[in-house]
Design a protein around this ligand. Structure first.
Ligand SMILES: [Zn+2]
Length: 473
């Protein structure tokens, strides 16, 4: 597992309209990227959790629902955000975002599948597009800015000469009426997404119970614990009558009482154990998974916590025992490789990472880690293999800065400075550091044959305009 990206830029918004704000910021031509382009790099700058095991599980959760919604061909990606609060949302047509906190809170796969079914309902209904249109029909940037919580002052400064007029108009606009109209529109979309979600779950023979129970839990938060409310409640207003309406249609499902398969439940429990081991303090992990608990998830959480916070050798004993229990689980080998690599034993990490790569059918994230181990041995003979692994991984994971950084290192070991410069430029570009990316790409161009594919890629980076977020792959 790896955490990357810089902390997400926080927008000060009126809580109930966070989603509206996110859309309106793009609409108003504000500091956000334009909606159509946002798809190219929707996740740039967000604090992500990248993990082969969790991403595979979430793909397995989402795929049947997306198929049932007719969205199988749209390559919708589930992205995990490193945030302990409960949230899930869609911001464009190609990503479903979910917080680690939601994965951690959900006791069953069915609850997360229910959340995905609801989010897929938003995607299938084209709700974001319609909400944008609804906001656009409100006409003035001043009103949109108000809705976004940006405030009339900012709107006025943008409007230039007519600043005073726009500001005044915005201030005099019947704010509460506009707010009510937009919120009631959002509410209609929530009802539609609930309906569509239940339909998709029925079509895939899965129970809508998890969705109902989860939404009830979140809705109770508002009633009983007003001090802390999860952001999910802000993006998905959940009054009691909405939950009641959902419950009525959900209980009519022929699959209401159907349980998740035991194998899926175990993978879910392993995911939660992994999140605990990586993200929580050792004493919290020990409390959650006490030594007397010999279940596989408990052993997993303790092994991770041991490698992260105390003794590598002790951790390796614990990980080997996991491998003994499930010798075909790629992620136990991956963990062993990661522990050895981070513990300063790259040569020893290579063999378990090779096994992990093979058992996971060449998962790109695992192959990037394998290449990292190959690089870290400082053995030029292994550089060629690292280059091959990384180029394949990048073709499937084009936005991973770490992969480009490792590729630059591997080319460097081979003495191929032109390609090393290009890969460093791509790493900087993937990080969002356009200035460094341009400098390195310019240098790469002087070393590459003019017109070659690598030269063209370098040239693309040199010519990228700021804030267009064009994809330079
Ligand atoms: Zn919703």
């Amino acid at each position: 597992m790896s955490l990357d990206g810089t902390p997400i830029r926080t927008r000060r918004t009126t809580p109930a309209i966070a989603l509206v704000a996110a859309i309106a910021t793009g609409l108003a031509g504000g500091p956000g990227v334009a909606p159509a382009r946002a798809q190219d790099s929707a996740t740039r700058g967000m604090p992500l959790i990248r993990d082969a095991e969790i991403e595979q599980l979430l793909r397995d959760y989402a795929a049947p629902v997306l198929r049932a919604a007719g969205l199988a061909k749209q390559n919708v990606r589930v992205v995990v955000l490193s945030d302990r609060s409960f949230n899930a949302f869609v911001m464009d047509g190609r990503h479903i975002f979910i917080n680690a906190g939601a994965l951690f809170d959900a006791k069953t796969p069915n609850e997360i599948i229910g959340v995905f079914a609801h989010e897929t309902g938003h995607l299938a209904g084209g709700h974001l597009q319609r909400l944008r249109e609804q906001l656009a029909s409100a006409q003035t940037a001043g009103i949109v800015a108000l809705l976004a919580g940006i405030g009339a002052a900012v709107a006025a400064s943008r409007a230039g000469a007519n600043a005073g007029d726009v500001g005044a108009a915005a201030i005099m606009a019947p704010q509460s009426a506009i707010m009510r109209s937009v919120l009631s529109y959002v509410r209609t979309q929530e009802d539609q997404a609930d309906h569509a979600g239940v339909k998709f779950l029925n079509a895939t023979g899965q129970s809508p119970k998890g969705m109902v129970e989860l939404f009830k839990r979140l809705s109770d938060q508002v009633l009983f614990n007003s001090r802390y409310i999860d952001p999910y409640m802000q993006t998905h207003p959940m009054p009691a009558d909405r939950v009641a309406a959902l419950e009525t249609i959900a209980k009519a499902s022929p699959y209401w009482d159907r349980k998740d398969p035991a194998e899926l439940q175990l993978r879910h429990d392993l995911m939660r154990a992994k999140l605990s081991g990586f993200l929580e303090r050792p004493d919290t992990v020990a409390r959650r998974y006490p030594a007397g608990d010999h279940s596989l998830p408990a052993r997993y959480a303790r092994a991770i916590s041991t490698y992260r916070h105390s003794d590598l050798r002790q951790a390796l004993v614990q990980i080997d025992s996991l491998i003994q229990t499930q010798p075909n689980n790629p992620y136990f080998y991956e963990l062993k490789g990661q522990a050895l690599l981070e513990g300063g034993h790259p040569a020893e990490a290579i063999s378990p990472l090779r096994q992990a790569a093979q058992l996971s059918h060449s998962n790109p994230l695992i192959e990037i880690m394998l290449a990292q181990a190959l690089n870290a041995t400082n053995n030029p003979k292994l550089a060629e293999e690292a280059v091959g692994l990384l180029r394949t991984a990048i073709s499937r994971e084009p936005e991973a800065p770490e992969a480009y950084a490792q590729l630059a290192m591997a080319y460097g070991r081979k003495g191929d400075l032109a390609n090393a410069d290009l890969a460093s430029a791509q790493a900087a570009f993937a990080r969002g550091d356009l200035k460094t990316a341009r400098q390195l790409a310019t240098r790469a161009k002087t070393r590459l044959p003019i017109g070659s594919p690598a030269w063209v890629r370098a040239d693309d980076i040199v010519n990228v305009k700021p804030n267009t977020n064009a994809n330079a792959q």
